[in-house]
Design a protein around this ligand. Sequence first.
Ligand SMILES: [Zn+2]
Length: 500
Amino acid sequence: MNTYKKFTERMQKIADINNSAALLQWDQEVYMPPKSAGRRAQQLSTLAGLAHELFTADDTGHLLDELANADLSEAEKANVSYTKAEYDKYKKVPKEFVEKTSAAVSKAFQSWNNAKQQKNFALYAPDLEALLELKLQECEYLGYEEHPYNAQLDIYEKNMTVDQLEVLFGQVKARLFPFIEKIYHAEQVSDELMYQHFDKDKQWDYGIEILKQIGYDLDAGRQDVSSHPFTTNFSATDVRVTTRIDENNLSEMLWSTIHEGGHALYEQGLKDENYGLPSGAYLTLGMHESQSRLWENNVGRSLNFWQGNFARLQEVFPSQLGKHNANDFFKAMNKVQPSPIRTNADELTYHFHVLIRYEIEKELFEKKLKVADLKDKWNAMYKQYLGLDIKNDAEGVLQDIHWSHGSFGYFPTYSIGSFYAAQFYAQAVQDIPGVEDDIRAKNPAKLLEWLQKNIHQYGRRYKADELCKRVTGEILNFDYFMRYIEEKYASIYDLSGVGV
Ligand SMILES: [Zn+2]
């Protein structure tokens, strides 16, 4: 057998283990009975250890060394060099450490769950602290330049650094903040129509209709309900989404369904023949998020989309929406209002939720902030950036699952994703004649094809900066996001005479 084939087989084996673990995790959040938590943690830890062992084995290293000078295609070379860099990095992390971290994550997750129910951060703080200790140690194993937090960022957003984020969030503060202030001073719009009684089953069915419309393949996936909507995949042919439904708030289901649908389209757009290889995996989380945000915000919260879809939604909910029109609905779904909960935030104040988490994480990794002081810091920052008083820990520092998963450095990818989304969407409108008419006609297939062709099909072939440049002619540029929101929100709020 040739060496590249051996390499592919090995990578697929590792993917098999990781994807089996992903299925167990999916089950943990969707169906698992609570008593099974302990054993499930053990099962996940075993699989994490096995995958790590196989990946960092000397045999993998030998294959990669042999392939370094082999006669390979450009795509094969890219797979080998990406894997070699990961191999060198993870080789430095002992298997025992991986298992220990996996067990600490399971423990922290259970205790976060419990603490959130009891609205008491103190119940979770010790487990979070133990997990943070391990993550700090992980930075040392993985290596970093300048800032330990860079080692964590690199896990989710390859090559991203604190220096780059300082520039990006500097823009958020300098340009987005005053823009939102302007909106606060303008005449407000009403979103009351969202808060009526909307039957659960009807919402579910409508969500499926929307998923099909944007091109989600239900023969290569399924939707379930979970308390935190998410997307997971076990290959490009099994990409699952979850949603949540609130009978008294239509927004909840609509945006989580379209958002997760957008993530799923990316995974379904990867090439199954590249299974297990870097070219068969999503590029970075920011790139992943750009796909969910593009469908959620640039498409799903646009007037075009609802000019096409509102009549059908009225048919499903005639008594609730009969009196309204697409424009009312468009305004309601884009109302800007600070909220203590990140996942309920509008697409503008959202970035302050991320900024707060980013600044906190950075300080935790600089050891300037202690876990014991995290809650007070959180509450103070919500007051500072969003003018909010946090009533209890559940709607404050305990609201997100991420830290309990050991995911630090993950939050910034949400903002990065929104900014990429605006840039890609602007390019798609230029490249695809009549694409907004297609969206209005409930047929965005050409947009999906464009995304598959320009982004999805490549997996990890190019670096994020390179891919962005190939698609749009330049690297990530915050101007696109500002341009997008200035145009959109000027059609929702009368900002002409508003001073700050
Ligand atoms: Zn997302």
